[in-house]
Ligand binder design. Structure first.
Ligand code: FE2
Length: 301
């Protein structure tokens, strides 16, 4: 259940309203990297996270805080948009917000595009979701930074600095939650990647460009974590087989590969990760989460 407390998480003061800046702030209200998207992403991930109650608690803690951030951003926007209720010139900054929305906040981004659930990244795979969340916090941080660079209003900067800082706080918490799962960094899901192929860095951007750019032959992203560069099949390198896709074979055979290396190889399940739940007081609470009849939720300590 949710409970509303009649005060803001952080006090908001606006010295000089700026309707155009209020419009920019909508990006963090109804935009792709905004507070509603963050609140919904983490909260729904948390609701789905029924077999790891400690990290479920983390997702719901931060999801709930993001909803409080939405309230702060909303208050900030309303203060900045206030003049558009009376002044024609101010109203022209955003007719959608002024004429259709009465000068209040709406679930649109700074360009008037409606908020969409497509903004949310929810895979149901906890470590993958945590990586998405770390990236989401990074994007939100940089948007706040840019907003701060476009206002001189001290009260506004103060509130935005608070919101920006919390993004880094959340990034730390998500990173710690991911790290404490103790999964090898490139172990995603249960199926093992195809050996050899997994370590091939395709050199698919070749030649010298007009602006002096050259073909990088050796860089950390080509040679770390077991990677090594190979010439791309697109420029005559050995790469993957595409020999029989030439229209010579009958229709049924088109697209089939010859005897050379295949793009995919059947794998057996080689990694079954064990999710550890850190020893936290009440981490293994029972009876509160939705489970199927007869299903039990266990934790490993
Ligand atoms: Fe936030």
């Amino acid at each position: 259940m949710y409970h509303h407390i009649k005060k803001l998480m952080y006090t908001v003061n606006v010295g000089t309203p700026d309707v155009r800046f209020g419009n920019m702030l909508l990006e963090q209200f109804g935009g792709a990297n905004g507070e509603l998207a963050a609140a919904m992403q983490y909260t729904i991930q948390g609701w789905n996270c029924v077999d790891d109650l400690a990290r479920r608690d983390l997702l719901l803690d931060i999801g709930t805080e993001e909803l409080s951030h939405l309230e702060i951003v909303g208050a900030l926007i309303r203060m900045h948009l206030k003049p558009m209720k009376e002044k024609r010139e101010a109203a022209e900054a955003d007719p959608l917000v002024c004429i259709a929305g009465g000068g209040g906040v709406s679930l649109n981004n700074s360009m008037g595009n409606p908020w969409t659930a497509d903004y949310l990244k929810i895979t149901g795979e906890l470590d993958v979701d945590l990586r998405s969340n770390i990236a989401a916090e990074g994007r939100a941080k940089i948007v706040y930074e840019r907003l701060i660079n476009h206002t001189d209003d001290a009260g506004t900067v103060d509130a935005l600095q608070f919101l920006m800082t919390r993004e880094i706080t959340h990034m730390k918490a998500f990173a710690a939650a991911l790290e404490s799962m103790e999964k090898p960094p490139f172990s995603i899901g249960r199926l093992a990647a195809t050996p050899k192929l997994v370590n091939e860095y395709f050199n698919a951007s070749t030649g010298d460009g007009d602006e002096g750019d050259t073909d990088i032959k050796k860089a950390p992203w080509q040679t770390s974590f077991g990677l090594h560069p190979v010439e791309s099949p697109m420029v005559g390198g050995q790469g993957l087989s595409n020999g029989s896709v030439d229209g010579v074979a009958g229709y049924e055979a088109r697209g089939k590969q010859d005897d050379a290396q295949k793009a995919t190889t059947a794998t057996t399940v080689k990694t079954v990760d064990k999710k550890s739940i850190p020893h936290v007081e009440n981490a293994a609470q029972t009876g509160r989460q939705a489970t199927m009849a007869g299903e039990t939720v266990t934790s490993s300590k």
